[in-house]
Ligand binder design. Structure first.
Ligand SMILES: *Cc1c(COP(=O)(O)O)cnc(C)c1O
Length: 225
């Protein structure tokens, strides 16, 4: 069995083992480290949700597989997104995980309208208030919600966070459960339970994220190591 296949199977097993609702969990293979050959191996193993964090590369890889008509891939954008780059992905992007400014949301809404589609997004939250990370502070998103609710071509499906770089399980668990509570509160106050997704958990911490209710995990290193 190839290494990639083995690693993917391990993650799939872990989803069953650690999640409260494994059937709801989407496993995003983060392919930012690899080229097309490795991606083909991922597809062969039945994983069609892929994540990238650079506009140029997501576009190149999207076009490569589209031209070859190899599989029905869902491409997610997980990196920091500059407003002026939204136009390059607006026609094909499946989910943007990293909406962290109202001006960016406005641009996504506009480009989605031009494409005559609705673009699904997640709000990126900087739960641990880290200086080095993007994302809304919890209280800051609350101040802008009413603006977000006006968009017609941008659909907020949930929240995303990147946990601090630590092995301290208590800190990680606290970050993930805080995001879950934030989603529950938003659902109650503003979204009428329309927020369904919690994108949290990477190679080093996805098991804890699953235990705390993740519905999307973003795993790269663990697959391609
Ligand atoms: C790279 C990246 C991942 C995957 O991280 P690994 O530790 O390689 O699994 C997940 N989320 C985001 C936002 C990333 O940039």
């Amino acid at each position: 069995m190839s290494k990639i296949k083995e690693n993917i199977q391990e993650v799939l097993e872990d989803i069953k083992k650690y999640s409260l609702y494994p059937e709801k969990v989407k496993f995003i293979a983060v392919t930012k480290y690899v080229r097309e050959e490795e991606i083909e191996e991922v597809l062969k193993n039945g994983i069609f949700n892929l994540g990238e964090n650079r506009i140029q590369l997501i576009k190149e890889k999207y076009l490569y597989f589209k031209e070859r008509n190899i599989a029905d891939i869902k491409w997610d954008f997980i990196g920091n997104l500059q407003k002026n780059k939204v136009k390059y992905i607006a026609d094909f992007i499946n989910l943007i995980h990293s909406v962290n400014k109202l001006s960016l949301a406005k641009e996504i809404d506009k480009r989605a309208r031009e494409q005559n589609r609705i673009i699904d997004v997640l709000i990126e939250v900087n739960v641990a208030n880290e200086e080095s990370k993007e994302g809304y502070k919890i209280q800051d998103f609350n101040l802008e919600i009413l603006e977000y609710l006006k968009f017609k071509n941008l659909n907020i499906k949930g929240l995303m966070t990147m946990a601090p770089y630590t092995k301290d399980e208590k800190i990680l668990r606290n970050v993930f459960s805080t995001l879950r509570k934030m989603k529950d509160e938003l659902n109650e106050k503003y979204f009428d339970n329309k927020l369904t997704e919690l994108s949290m958990g990477m190679s080093g911490d996805y098991k804890i994220a699953l235990e705390e209710g993740a519905t999307i995990i973003r795993v790269g290193t663990k697959i391609f190591e």
